[in-house]
Design a protein around this ligand. Structure first.
Ligand code: NAG
Ligand code: CU
Length: 252
């Protein structure tokens, strides 16, 4: 067991050095903390640890916006296209903050950080949205007026913790939180932008009744011509148009 663990740690260190990129490694809300899906160790345990995050193949990106892989960084050929459900979920009160702890994000990978949610029709541990339009945006951060990117500038200044708030009046239920960084360092043309989505399963509690009326799908929300998917982050000194719909504010 120790030998295996050491071997993995060495392998992981090597991969990190060579590849970079990243994923959400820890989720904290209130006094609860959950380890994320760890693609370089979880698959090697039998049984695998139970996570609230849907599994991902590694720390690399998806670049095809038409692929189901852009939903949760799942595998289009993996039997549960887009997002294989995770076995458990977190419980979080509407109106509370959720903190997402990213692995050290490469300085080179500038871009926005965007968060969507989708209500599961019933048991979230059994639901994959496929290409249905079920997603609404709850938070976004791009480039500030003084040129600071959500990733990496602000994320790094915040110790690799990204924080958003579950809309306070959102109706209770089981939701997938789809959170992503879009890295723009090679987004000069399509394909080029790199999508790093993460799907986190939660039970939202509370007495709210608010729910949006317009939704997007993944794939579908982004196309090769959506503003912000092709973007020269080195030459463009002006504003960055964050891709996707407006943030839903009806739950505030
Ligand atoms: C983020 O998660 C890692 C791995 O669990 C942990 O070592 C680190 O302290 C966390 N960062 C913060 C700011 O809590
Ligand atoms: Cu990368």
């Amino acid at each position: 067991m120790m030998k295996i663990a050491l071997g993995l740690a060495t392998l992981l260190a090597t991969l990190n050095t060579v590849v970079g990129h990243g994923y959400v490694q820890e989720i904290t809300t209130g006094s609860s903390s959950y380890t994320g899906y760890l693609p370089y160790s979880d698959p090697y345990y039998n049984p695998p640890p139970q996570r609230i995050v849907r599994k991902i193949p590694g720390n690399g990106p998806v670049t095809d916006v038409t692929s189901i892989d852009v939903q949760c960084n799942g595998w289009s050929d993996g039997g549960a296209p887009g997002s294989a459900p995770a076995p458990i979920f977190a419980t979080v009160a509407a109106g509370s903050q959720v903190h997402l702890n990213w692995t050290t994000w490469p300085d080179t990978h500038m871009g926005p950080m965007i968060t969507y949610m989708a209500l599961a029709p019933s048991d979230i541990t059994n639901w994959s949205p496929g290409s249905s339009a079920v997603w609404f945006k709850v938070h976004e951060a791009g480039k500030t007026a003084d040129g600071k990117w959500a990733a990496t500038d602000i994320l790094t200044a915040d110790n690799s913790i990204y924080t958003f708030t579950i809309p306070p009046k959102l109706k209770p239920g089981q939701y997938i939180i789809r959170h992503e960084i879009i890295a723009l360092h090679s987004a000069f043309a399509y394909p080029g932008a790199q999508f790093y989505p993460s799907c986190i399963q939660v039970q939202v509690t509370g007495s709210g009744t608010a729910f949006p009326t317009s939704f997007v799908s993944f794939p579908g929300a982004y196309t090769p011509s959506t503003p912000g998917i092709v973007f020269d982050a080195y030459q463009t000194t002006g504003a960055y148009p964050i891709p996707g719909p407006a943030v839903w504010t009806g739950g505030n």
